[in-house]
Write a protein that binds this ligand. Structure first.
Ligand code: FAD
Length: 357
């Protein structure tokens, strides 16, 4: 008999929405916590930028989305769909639409699968902690009011494009110009007409010997994984952007299957990947699919780390799938008994990859 669990999903972005759909399909009881006032996560454009343009002050008011006003997708829309749910209304004539269309797509998806009713908006999860085996406390805050609830499973879908990751540039503390992380870029106007001026004290030198004078350094150096609400007594940690240990980037062996993460890897057809990961989590929780033993999962994670080391891949690339993105998606598809991603979509992905990288 299939088991139905009471599951908390943290976040109503792509990952949270598709996770909720798959959990519900598998008969689980789902609550989605979303700290913002609407669904869509990173795709919801927010004109605000943070007070601290580098995101160093941990007390700053955090703006979730890093999307800038003119942003268009970097993949064509038909590889940013779910396997059974295409973009139905084309709002934007371009194949690589603007962020608004992705938000509309996600809203329609949520409406069509009855997910809207499951979302608690403006409700931030501030603590997730295992109290005893299979029992998790989720503490959330809505308008300053705290609530503690118990769940049998927690699916973490909080995204990882919000906390700036900065390069360590020797001499940066003496550099007189302005610095901004790409998280806090929205529109070009504040920077117009600056770069054609040269200041003596604003020199930036690059490794290849080129020097430029600049008013602003844009740190487009990526983001950090960040789970400020998670209390696991060190079982799950983030070190140099490695979230670990995670079996196949989803399940921490010691806490599985009750705790899982959707959307951690990057460099793939992400919507498909999150859908497949979600099906896997939902089916493992219902007992339809079984995980290996904890020891086997840990050994698999160690093997992954070892292979990376042998190939000279730095630790902070632990969750980068390229060039094995389809190997991973195929593996997930086989776990949950669905067809692998279509050849046609793979070809499009590689074409886009080659022209953009
Ligand atoms: P998010 O979209 O970040 O959603 C996470 C949600 O969790 C948010 O709504 C957030 O408010 C909520 N949340 C966080 N913490 C809490 C908490 N404690 N309590 C309650 N709620 C919480 N991907 C593509 O496929 N194609 C692209 O073209 C593309 N372009 C991108 C461009 C930029 C600039 C960026 C930053 C990313 C881009 N991506 C792209 C990747 C994009 O992040 C994914 O497509 C997708 O949005 C990730 O979804 P997610 O649900 O994992 O995270």
């Amino acid at each position: 008999m299939r088991e139905s669990v009471k599951a908390a999903v943290i976040g109503a972005g792509v990952a949270g929405l598709v996770a909720a759909r798959e959990l519900q399909r598998e008969g689980h009881r789902v609550t989605i916590f979303e700290k913002l006032h609407r669904l869509g996560g990173s795709w919801v454009y927010d004109p605000r930028v943070e007070d601290d343009p580098l995101g160093l002050d941990s007390d700053r008011e955090i703006v979730h989305s890093s999307v800038y006003l003119s942003l268009r997708t970097n993949l064509p829309r038909h590889i940013m769909e779910f396997s059974d749910y295409p973009f139905r209304k084309i709002w934007d004539p371009r194949n690589f639409p603007g962020h608004e269309e992705v938000v509309s797509f996600l809203n329609e998806f949520a409406r069509d699968f009855g997910l809207v009713e499951l979302i608690r908006l403006e409700t931030e999860v501030v603590r997730v902690e295992a109290v005893v085996d299979s029992v998790w406390v989720v503490e959330s805050r809505t308008s300053g009011v705290s609530l503690e609830e118990v769940f049998e499973a927690v699916v973490v879908c909080n995204g990882h494009h919000t906390e700036p990751r900065l390069a360590n540039l020797p001499g940066i503390e003496r550099w007189a110009g302005k610095q901004v992380h790409s998280h806090n870029y929205r529109i070009p106007e504040p920077f117009r007409d600056q770069i054609d001026q040269v200041y003596e004290d604003g020199t930036v030198s690059f490794q290849d010997g080129i020097s430029v004078c600049s008013d602003v350094i844009f740190h487009s150096t990526g983001y950090k994984y960040h789970f400020p609400f998670l209390r696991t007594n060190g079982i799950v940690s983030v070190e140099d952007n490695r979230v670990g240990p995670l079996y196949k980037h989803v399940f921490p062996p010691q806490l599985s299957p009750q705790l899982s993460f959707i959307g951690i890897p990057y460099r793939a057809i992400l919507f498909h990947m999150m859908e497949l990961q979600s099906k896997w989590v939902a089916q493992v929780l219902s007992g339809k699919v079984h995980l290996p033993s904890k020891a086997e999962m840990l050994a698999d994670v160690q093997q992954h780390y070892q292979r990376m080391e042998e190939c000279g891949i730095p630790k902070h690339h632990t969750h980068r799938l390229h060039p094995n993105e389809f190997e991973y998606l195929d593996w997930l598809a086989a776990q949950v008994g669905v067809l692998p991603v279509e050849e046609r979509l793979r070809e499009i992905y590689w074409q886009v990859y080659q022209t953009t990288s």
